[in-house]
Design a protein. Structure first.
Ligand code: E4P
Length: 215
């Protein structure tokens, strides 16, 4: 399973890259707006740092605007993946962009059938938002299970990015389901490496070693 960081913050990305665990990055307009930097410059910086798929989202709402923006974004770096909202216009844009070899990530996916049409349109990735479904008392990870089954039934090459991850349990379930990728905030990624018994055990080992050294 690949791990992407869900952020536009360079310090967080450097931190993740230093861990050696990061395969790519996803951004969205909200994450970019928090950084107060030039959008395209930041996308280039992220691509150069991560050297892996980096999602940058279009803002246009009709397919011609989306395609125009997508071509510009794709020219920033070969690592750019154009994030397209899951709408009728988004599907039209995806079909054309995929025929041009531009990679796409269909975002704001909330049903298995949205994922099915995105895959049929040639999307490189789909991003089901599990946390936002949990927020409205739906089971976000059930959506991922359904998409996985559908993609396997028809051998779609479209990869599943589990998005809107809130806690380690989402990552565990994604791995059990066999999702291709999880995109996670840095704080959640750091949590999956921790356990209180690891800390307690290490503390005891070090104390005992001190006693042994000073015997
Ligand atoms: C994914 O590509 C999105 O950027 C992100 O996961 C959305 O997460 P949120 O629901 O925490 O905003």
């Amino acid at each position: 399973m690949k791990i992407f960081l869900d952020t536009a913050n360079l310090d967080e990305i450097k931190n993740g890259v230093d861990l050696g665990l990061i395969d790519g990055v996803t951004t969205n307009p909200t994450l970019i707006s928090k950084e107060n930097v030039d959008f395209k410059t930041r996308i280039k910086e992220i691509c150069d740092l991560v050297k892996g798929p980096t999602s940058a989202e279009v803002i246009g709402t009709n397919h011609m605007q989306m395609i125009e923006e997508a071509r510009i974004l794709a020219s920033i770096s070969p690592y750019v993946v154009v994030k397209i909202p899951m709408t009728e216009e988004g599907i039209k844009a995806t079909k054309i962009l995929s025929s041009e070899g531009i990679k796409t990530n269909l975002t704001l996916i909330f049903t298995p059938l949205q994922a099915l049409v995105a895959a049929k349109a040639g999307a490189t990735y789909v991003s089901p938002f599990v946390g936002r479904l949990d927020d409205i008392s739906n089971e976000g990870m059930k959506l991922v299970e359904d998409i996985k089954k559908i993609f396997m039934n028809y051998s779609f090459q479209t990869q599943i990015i589990v998005a809107s991850i809130r806690h380690p349990e989402h990552i565990l379930r994604a791995a059990k389901i066999g999702a291709d990728i999880v995109t996670v905030p840095l704080n959640v990624l750091l949590k999956i490496m921790k356990h209180p018994l690891t800390d307690i055990g290490l503390e005891t080992f070090l104390k005992d070693w001190e006693k042994y050294k000073n015997r």
